[in-house]
Structures are given as structure tokens and as C-alpha cells.
Design a binder for this molecule. Structure first.
Ligand code: HEC
Length: 146
């Protein structure tokens, strides 16, 4: 004859077993996904590297800055800045720390919350963001004309 206490234990045991069953069903799904993910993730999260900037990237970035990316509307045709946005020439960088390439890319892809600076202005792609960041960085380092 079973007591209330042993029935309680029984229910807990059933719950533990079904949790284990759930976990063992979920694990094989989770593991290959992680294995497939890691090589791609390593590339996707690689730091933008200024030594890998090419003249083609800078030219593409210049066109994006003055076109699709709409950057010129706030930051000026010559990166001189405006009433609404800072210059992107050499200055005391506020968001893109020290004007470093990864920092410029970060601002373009994340925006500055609470300001007019949105992420991916003009709906540019990640590749276009890299190009436009290359352009801004290169102008700031005297390696390209605005
Ligand atoms: C609608 C206006 C607007 C547009 C369009 C815009 N920005 Fe900005 N941007 C701003 C403002 C405003 C800030 C300053 C945010 C703050 O107050 O800290 C800023 C900040 C920045 C900074 C950081 C400056 C610093 O001093 O650290 C970078 C880099 C930048 N923008 C690049 C771009 C690029 C590249 C584009 C185009 C792809 C672009 N922005 C488009 C308004 C704009």
C-alpha cells in the first residue's frame, strides 16, 4: 500500500527521467550546431584590420558616404561636420575611440543610442559598412582625400 509520501517521490522521479530524456534529445541537436558555427563565427567577429584596407574599399566607401549611406547629409561633404553631427576628420573622437578603425566600424554598425547616429545608416550592408569605415579611417590618416 503506497503512502502519499512515496507517490510524491514517484512523481519527482518521473519528472527527473523526462527531463533527462529532453536533455539527451536536445544535446545531439545543440552539439553539431555549435561545431558548424565556430569557423564562420570566427570570421564574422574578426576585428576590422586597417592593414587590410584596399584602395578599392576606400573608393567604394567614398561613394557610399556620399550616396546610399547618407553620411554626408549629417557629417558634411568633406567630413567637416554640421550643426547636427561631428566632423569625421581628425578630432577628439567621442564614440569611435581614438578614431581607430575597429571603433569607427563599431559606431557605423551599432550607432550611438539616443542620437541621430543609427546603426547601418541608409540600410547599408555589413560589407558596405566596412568600406565606409575604411574611407573615414583613411581620410583621417591622410591616406585618402575626402
Ligand atoms: C542623421 C544624421 C547622421 C547620419 C546620416 C550619419 N551620422 Fe554618424 N553621427 C551622427 C551624430 C549626431 C553623431 C554623434 C553622436 C553623439 O552625439 O555622440 C555621429 C557620430 C559618428 C561617428 C563617431 C564620431 C566620434 O566623434 O566618435 C562616426 C564614425 C560616424 N558617425 C560615422 C558615420 C558614417 C560612416 C555614416 C554613414 C554610413 C554616418 N555616420 C551617418 C549623425 C549621423
Amino acid at each position: 500500500m503506497s503512502t502519499a509520501r512515496s507517490r510524491g517521490l514517484g512523481r519527482r522521479w518521473v519528472r527527473a527521467v523526462s527531463l533527462a530524456a529532453l536533455l539527451s534529445a536536445a544535446l545531439p541537436l545543440a552539439l553539431p550546431a555549435r561545431a558548424v558555427d565556430s569557423p564562420g563565427a570566427a570570421t564574422a567577429h574578426q576585428e576590422p584590420d586597417s592593414s587590410k584596407i584596399t584602395p578599392a574599399m576606400v573608393d567604394a566607401g567614398r561613394a557610399i558616404f556620399h550616396g546610399k549611406g547618407t553620411c554626408f547629409a549629417c557629417h558634411g561633404m568633406q567630413l567637416e561636420g554640421s550643426q547636427v553631427a561631428p566632423t569625421l576628420k581628425v578630432h577628439a573622437w567621442r564614440d569611435a575611440k581614438n578614431g581607430e578603425f575597429p571603433a569607427i566600424f563599431y559606431v557605423v554598425t551599432h550607432g550611438v543610442s539616443g542620437t541621430l547616429m543609427v546603426a547601418f545608416p541608409g540600410d547599408i550592408s555589413r560589407a558596405e559598412a566596412l568600406d565606409v569605415a575604411s574611407y573615414v579611417w583613411s581620410v583621417g590618416h591622410g591616406k585618402a582625400a575626402p
